[in-house]
Design a protein around this ligand. Structure first.
Ligand code: NAG
Ligand code: NAG
Ligand code: NAG
Ligand code: NAG
Ligand code: NAG
Ligand code: NAG
Ligand code: NAG
Ligand code: NAG
Length: 901
């Protein structure tokens, strides 16, 4: 994390404070002092978004409350906590949270926190569980998989099934199951994807193929869809046939101790085209036998046969002698039906469980054979069974009974052939409610709304199972309302009592009552939503409403029956119905009963115009205001005053007749007429200036300013068009004009919108009629050893001073043109020298004295000795040696004598 310095944008104030910090530091003159520490506690607070924060303080940034900053001791701030706003909450870095099946976390990208989806999943419909992509869940027997569809995590139904209830659980599409009475199948459905179809017995067909059954007295188990062939075999014994004794032997045909007449139902395979849908049963696994037909057993059955020895010859039955032998008639199952023997082929299977119900058409009784080694019958859905047998007394002489292959339970212990049968009869099954729900016998069925329940019972007088009413009520909002109880209901303004009534409608459904609501109007709903009975009066503001029937729609409503209008005028009173009132906007309002009769309202009758001081005039009326006459006219939405006649008002309150002129000051106006309106407009004139009128377009000067008389919006105005500066001599200078000022200066006139100003733009020193620039140096006119400098100073008030300042001075020796201080010696004509003495206070006039010059050209002071040469007035030249130099440069007392040269 890097500290961030408050940037420039943080504002000027910071910068100023920062500067203060620096200067304080330099004042301390200690380079080790931390500038910010030094400034504590009042200067170096942290600054952000217009607010200062003390060290240690934390805050969050404006507009991003999820990042908090902390002010450090040194006046820098650093991010303290970093988060990101997610649905109104701050989520911190590394924080993870879950919304539904989505898990998020906050990660840092650089220094920016961002939230990321860590893991997504699908929310299950039931139980609000989350499952991951690819996982599957079974809900209500359908299997869903969590998949990403586009960008959505979606539960996609991948396997459809049916919920077959608590005992049968979930069933896959197309699978079949059954309860005691019915066969159900899970089938595809266009609207709900799957539905449970009940296969009622009468829509079922017997298993395909060729086979045969014994025929019970109730007949072949045929229904309209199937064709059964029938036939019979009659065979005889010498007596000794017997049958089950506990219950009646119920097979069709003559069965006595001598004769057995077996009747058969044979089933041929067939395919009926165009007949759908019918639920075909099939021979399911189990332990049972049927009869073979058409040379082979159905699939999964194995075959066997039994041969019984029959009697043929004269026999005495009931004291009457007669000739008997075996015979056949009609279509028979596979077998050998001879005069002296009967062979029957069986098809048996022992591959299932007796307790597992077979599904076979259950609407009629039928007969199967009990399987070998069993003492009970195979269970069949919706059927009860009775065990029966016939026992044929075989004839011995010359014949052996034969048992071969897979057979039913056959016992031969008593020399008879006893074959055991299972006689199936339909159970008394339950009831079916009108919506298709199946109700088992004896159980109670409650309608979906939970308000009516029936019990499935057998009723003797109709000889069938019917749903008998147990309890009933009216369904209302997820609850039930008891018979004759009521619930209050509001529709719009009308309140109704809904009484639950029990009805009987023979046409609707047999033996079944039903419940429905009877609506009894009760009253009206008031403004608080409370139902008030018919005739209740309520006062609303200035009028009264009464709960009564609306003649238009026959609903109960609170209709206005008396009173006026609430109208918020100054006194806040009520306006009686029919009364008029005029409001502040000059509208005339009348208290009227609203067409709906639900309220009274102030309706606008007419408009008017406000002519000031709260007075209204009607539409069409005229009013004179000032110099004009106005008429109140009605516009699209409002009324307004339109000037229709009059004179023009002037500035001084007088009126000017139409088309007349009026002069004020230098200007003349005309009262012009434009359709409905009049206007005072200037026609000619000028500007009034210093008591005189100046014509339009004229210009004049005053105080170095130039004015022009202009016509601005019908008004004559003296407009300044130029301005200049007042010069030092009292004249005027034009803007930007430059002028010499004294000898060496120039001045300029500067003009801005707000001021005129003369400034020196060039300055110099004037010396000896010459101009010098600032800092230029120049000698004195009489003494070249005196030098001046041009000194120009500007003062704060814009003044300037020019001075020649002496910067050096000394004396001037004109003989050898040398500048000197104090004394100076110069050679002169032989034998003289000049000795100058300079008074530094007055260097102009150096004093000089004549001294001596030696032969060698050296200058010799008075009183010193020297050798010199000189010319006499005769023209001879002499050398005088060891002379004393006396004043005036004269050699004297030349002790060395004179030598003529
Ligand atoms: C977030 O987690 C990462 C990895 O565990 C770690 O390096 C980092 O310091 C954590 N950041 C915060 C602010 O806790
Ligand atoms: C049964 O058989 C006897 C004698 O064979 C006969 O008299 C009688 O009519 C038969 N009954 C039926 C129902 O076939
Ligand atoms: C059998 O009975 C018939 C009469 O019912 C008789 O005519 C016939 O002779 C008898 N046959 C034998 C072998 O007794
Ligand atoms: C054979 O069956 C047919 C039809 O079932 C019947 O009409 C006929 O009388 C039967 N014949 C004998 C000899 O029983
Ligand atoms: C019946 O029992 C016998 C003796 O145990 C056995 O041999 C036979 O296979 C059994 N039959 C069936 C169909 O189970
Ligand atoms: C069965 O027949 C045998 C001889 O064929 C005989 O010995 C036996 O007694 C008979 N049993 C019965 C119960 O009639
Ligand atoms: C307010 O309305 C009442 C009832 O019409 C009326 O008597 C009263 O003069 C009104 N007050 C004003 C200020 O208009
Ligand atoms: C209200 O105004 C209307 C229209 O101007 C007029 O006919 C009516 O008489 C007025 N009613 C009252 C009570 O002044």
């Amino acid at each position: 994390m890097t500290s961030s310095r408050p940037g420039l944008r943080e504002g000027l104030i910071f910068l100023v404070l920062y500067a203060l910090c620096i200067s304080s530091t330099s004042a301390a003159n200690n380079s080790n002092v931390n500038v910010f520490q030094y400034c504590q506690p009042w200067i170096c607070s942290c600054y952000m978004d217009g607010t200062y924060y003390d060290p240690g303080e934390t805050w969050s940034k404006k507009g991003d409350s999820c990042i908090t900053y902390k002010c450090q001791e040194n006046g820098y701030y650093i991010p303290d906590t970093i988060g990101v706003m997610f649905e109104g909450e701050c989520k911190m870095v590394n924080e993870t949270w879950t919304i539904g099946c989505f898990q998020y976390t906050v990660v840092l990208e650089g220094i920016t926190p961002k939230y990321r989806l860590v893991q997504g999943g699908c929310m299950t419909n039931i139980g609000a569980q989350c499952i991951l992509v690819g996982d599957r869940i079974e809900e209500n027997c359908d299997t869903y998989e969590c998949q990403i569809v586009g960008t959505c995590y979606t539960l996609v139904k991948v396997v459809v099934g049916c919920n077959a209830g608590s005992t049968h659980g979930c069933q896959q599409l197309h699978s079949v199951w059954n309860d005691a009475c019915n066969v159900f199948q899970c089938l595809p459905d266009a609207t709900t994807e799957s539905k449970i179809q009940i296969h009622l017995p009468e829509v079922m067909l017997w298993p395909r193929g060729n086979w045969a059954l014994l025929k019970p007295q109730t007949g072949c188990p045929s229904n309209v869809e199937e064709i059964w062939d029938e036939g019979e075999r009659v065979h005889y014994s010498e007596g000794g046939n017997f049958y089950n004794g506990v219950n009646e032997f119920e097979m069709d045909g003559n069965h006595t101790e001598f004769v057995m007449e077996h009747r058969f139902c044979t089933h041929e395979d067939y395919l009926r085209e165009g007949f759908m849908p019918v639920y075909h049963t099939y021979w399911e696994e189990g332990r049972y036998c049927i009869l073979r037909f058409n040379d082979s057993c159905p699939k999964n059955f194995s075959e066997g046969y039994v041969r019984m020895a029959d009697f043929e010859g004269n026999i005495t039955i009931n004291g009457e002698e007669m000739y008997v032998n075996g015979s056949v008639n009609g279509t028979l199952p596979d077998g050998e039906f001879l005069e002296t023997s009967t062979l029957l082929y069986f098809c048996c299977r022992y591959d299932g469980d007796l307790e597992t119900q077979l599904i076979l058409p259950a609407d009629k009784p039928f007969v199967l054979f009990m399987a070998e080694n069993e003492t009970e019958c195979q269970k069949v859905r919706a059927m009860e069974y009775e065990k029966e047998f016939f026992s044929f007394a075989d004839v011995f002489e010359g014949f052996e009974r034969e048992l071969n292959g897979s057979l039913p339970r056959i016992s031969t212990a008593d020399n008879n052939t006893m074959i055991n049968l299972c006689h199936y009869k339909p159970l008394d099954c339950g009831c079916v409610y009108e919506t298709g729900e199946y109700v088992t016998l004896g159980s109670t069925f409650t309608t979906k709304d939970g308000c009516v329940s029936y019990k499935c019972m057998y009723e003797e007088f109709v000889k069938k199972n019917i749903l008998v009413l147990q309890t009933g009520a009216c369904a209302n909002n997820g609850g039930c309302i008891a018979t004759n109880a009521s619930v209050r209901n509001t529709e719009g303004e009308q309140c109704t009592d809904r009484f639950c009534r029990q009805r009987f409608n023979a046409a609707k459904e047999q033996f079944r009552d039903y419940w429905e609501f009877e609506e009894v109007p009760f009253g009206c709903k008031d403004t608080e939503g409370i139902c008030q009975p018919i005739s209740t009066e309520v006062v609303i503001g200035c009028y009264t409403v009464t709960c009564k029937e609306d003649p238009v729609d026959s609903n109960l409503k609170f209709l206005v029956t008396a009173g006026g209008c609430t109208y918020p005028n100054a006194t806040g009173g009520c306006v009686p119905e029919g009364d008029n009132i005029t409001d502040a906007a000059c509208l005339t309002l009348q208290c009227q009963r609203h067409a709906s009769m639900l309220r009274n309202e102030m309706a606008v009758l007419a408009g008017g115009c406000d002519i000031g001081n709260g007075t209204c005039i009607e539409v069409g009326a005229n009013v004179s205001i000032g110099c004009s006459i106005y008429q109140c006219r009605k516009g699209a939405e409002e009324c307004g005053l339109i000037a229709i006649d009059g004179q023009c008002p002037t500035f001084d309150g007088s009126c000017v007749a139409q088309n007349a002129n009026w002069t004020s000051g230098c200007t003349t106006y005309t009262c012009n007429v434009y359709g409905d309106s009049i206007k005072l407009e200037s026609v000619n004139g000028g500007c009034s200036w210093d008591g005189a009128c100046r014509p339009e377009g004229s210009t004049w000067n005053e105080s170095c300013k130039t004015y022009e008389c202009q016509n601005v919006n019908n008004m004559y105005k003296s407009v300044m068009i130029a301005k200049g500066c007042k010069d030092p001599s009292g004249g005027c200078m034009a803007a930007n004009e430059i002028r010499p000022y004294y000898t060496c200066n120039k001045i300029k006139c500067f003009v801005t919108d707000y001021s005129c100003r003369i400034s020196i733009i060039e300055a110099g020193c004037n010396y000896n009629n010459k101009c010098y620039k600032a800092n230029e140096t120049y000698p004195d006119s009489s003494n070249p050893c005196v030098t001046y400098i041009c000194n120009i100073t500007y003062t704060d008030d814009g003044q300037v001073s020019m001075r020649s300042d002496k910067i050096s001075q000394s004396c001037y020796s004109s003989s050898d043109k040398v500048c000197f201080n104090n004394t100076h010696v110069a050679k002169y004509t032989m034998p003289f020298c000049l000795k100058f003495t300079c008074d530094m206070q007055a260097p102009q006039q150096p004093q000089h004295a004549i001294i001596c010059q030696s032969e060698t050209g050296d200058c010799v002071d008075v009183g010193s000795r020297y050798t010199t040469v000189f010319s006499s007035h005769t023209g001879d030249t002499y050398r005088a040696k060891n002379c004393l130099c006396s004043s005036g440069g004269q050699p004297q007392n030349c002790q060395g004598g004179y030598e003529k040269l």
